[in-house]
Write a protein that binds this ligand. Structure first.
Ligand code: NAD
Ligand code: UDP
Length: 321
C-alpha cells in the first residue's frame, strides 16, 4: 500500500534559483510536480523564482550541495554549479568542490531514496575540441591545470562518479552535455557572452569582443534546452547518456556581437579585449543522438530567442527604457 498522502512526483532541482534552474522549476511546477529548489545563491537569486514562492507545489531551500542533504524525493536534477567562466574562476576550489562533492552528495541521496538523477554536464568536457562538430564519443581536449580546469575537470569527474554509481550501485542516471544556452533570467552581471553583449548594447557601451571574435559557439534558447532535459529525465532507464543538448546553429562570436547590436537597435561599437586562456576555438554539438533517442531538436531561431532575452535585460536599465 502506498502510504504517501500525495501521489505527485517529488522533484529536487539543485541550482534551481539559477538561470536554467529557474526555467526548469517553472516547467516542473506547471506540470503539477512537488518541486524542491535547493540553492546557495552564489550566482542564482531568490528573485529568479519569486513568482513560484506562493505555489503550494514549490519549496525553496538555501543549502550548499558540498554538504550532505537529507530529503525524500523521486527525481533529482543536479544543476548546482556556477556556469560563467568569470564566476567559476572566481573561487576555483569551491567550483571543483561543488561539482565533485556536490555530485557525491546528490548521488548518495539518490542511492538512499532510489531516486532517478540527472547531471547537468557541459560541452566543456570536450575542452578546446579537435573534433568538429562534437559527438558524445569524443573524449575531449582539456588542459587539466589551466584556469578553466576547475569547471571542466570538475564536470568530467562528476560524469565519472555518475557512471560508477550506475555500474556499482545500479542507480538510474542521466547525463546531459549542455552547450551554450541563453535566455531571460541570466544575471545581468553573469559575464557570459550573450548577457554581456545585450547589456552593453542596451547601454550604448562598447561591445567587448575577446580575441578577434573568430572563435565559434552554437547558442540554444533556454526553453528548447529545458524541453531536452525533461525528455531525457522521462526517457527509458537504459538511456543514461551522455547526450548532447544544444543548438547546432554555429556562429562566430563576432557575428553574435553584430546580431545583438542590430536587434537591440544600438549604436554600440566593437572593442577588442584579450582572449582568455584556453578559450575554445570552436564548438558545435552533434545532436544526432538527442534527435533519434529523445525525438528532440531545438525549435527556437536565434532572433526569436534574442527578442524576449533583450526585453528581459531592459528591466535592469536605470530608466527602464
Ligand atoms: P547559473 O550560474 O545561473 O546557475 C547555477 C546555480 O547553481 C546558481 O543558482 C548558483 O547559485 C547555484 N550554485 C552554485 N554553487 C552551488 C552550491 N555549492 N550549492 C548550491 N547551489 C549552488 O548557471 P546556469 O547557466 O543556470 O547553469 C546551470 C547548470 O547547467 C550548471 O551546472 C552548468 O554547469 C550547466 N551548464 C550550463 C550551460 C549554459 O550555457 N547555461 C552550458 C553547459 C552547462
Ligand atoms: N566573449 C566575448 N566577450 C564577452 C564575453 C565572452 O568575446 O564579453 C567570448 C568568450 O571569449 C568565448 C565566447 O564569447 O569565446 C563565449 O563565452 P562565454 O563566457 O559565454 O562561454 P564559454 O562558451 O566560453 O564557456
Amino acid at each position: 500500500m502506498n502510504t504517501r498522502y500525495s501521489l505527485r512526483k517529488r522533484v529536487l532541482v539543485t541550482g534551481g534559483a539559477g538561470f536554467i534552474g529557474a526555467h526548469l522549476c517553472r516547467r516542473l511546477v506547471a506540470e503539477g510536480n512537488d518541486v524542491l529548489c535547493v540553492d546557495n545563491f552564489y550566482t542564482g537569486t531568490r528573485e529568479n523564482v519569486a513568482d513560484l514562492l506562493a505555489s503550494p507545489n514549490f519549496e525553496l531551500l538555501r543549502h550548499d550541495v558540498t554538504f550532505p542533504l537529507f530529503v525524500e524525493v523521486d527525481e533529482i536534477y543536479n544543476l548546482a554549479c556556477p556556469a560563467s567562466p568569470v564566476h567559476y574562476q572566481n573561487n576555483p576550489v569551491q567550483t571543483t568542490k561543488t561539482s565533485v562533492h556536490g555530485a557525491i552528495n546528490m548521488l548518495g541521496l539518490a542511492k538512499r531514496v532510489r531516486a532517478k538523477i540527472l547531471q547537468a554536464s557541459t560541452s566543456e568536457v570536450y575542452g578546446d575540441p579537435t573534433t568538429h562538430p562534437q559527438t558524445e564519443e569524443y573524449w575531449g581536449n582539456v588542459n587539466p591545470i589551466g584556469p578553466r580546469a576547475c569547471y571542466d575537470e570538475g564536470k568530467r569527474c562528476a560524469e565519472t562518479l555518475f557512471f560508477d554509481y550506475y555500474r556499482q550501485h545500479r542507480l538510474r542516471i542521466k547525463v546531459a552535455r549542455i552547450f551554450n544556452t541563453y535566455g531571460p533570467y541570466m544575471h545581468p552581471n553573469d559575464g557570459r557572452v550573450v548577457s554581456n553583449f545585450v547589456m552593453q548594447a542596451l547601454r550604448g557601451e562598447p561591445i567587448t569582443l575577446y580575441g578577434d571574435g573568430s572563435q565559434t559557439r552554437s547558442f540554444c534558447y533556454v526553453s528548447d534546452l529545458v524541453e531536452g532535459l525533461v525528455r531525457l529525465m522521462n526517457s527509458p532507464d537504459e538511456l543514461t547518456g551522455p547526450i548532447n543538448l544544444g543548438n547546432p546553429n554555429e556562429m562566430t562570436v563576432r557575428e553574435m556581437a553584430e546580431v545583438v547590436v542590430r536587434q537591440c537597435g544600438s549604436r554600440s561599437r566593437i572593442t577588442f579585449a584579450p582572449l582568455p586562456a584556453d578559450d575554445p576555438k570552436q564548438r558545435q554539438p552533434d545532436i544526432t543522438k538527442a534527435q533519434q533517442l529523445l525525438g528532440w531538436r531545438p525549435t527556437v531561431a536565434l532572433a526569436d530567442g534574442l527578442a524576449p532575452t533583450i526585453e528581459y535585460f531592459r528591466r535592469f536599465l536605470p530608466s527602464g527604457a
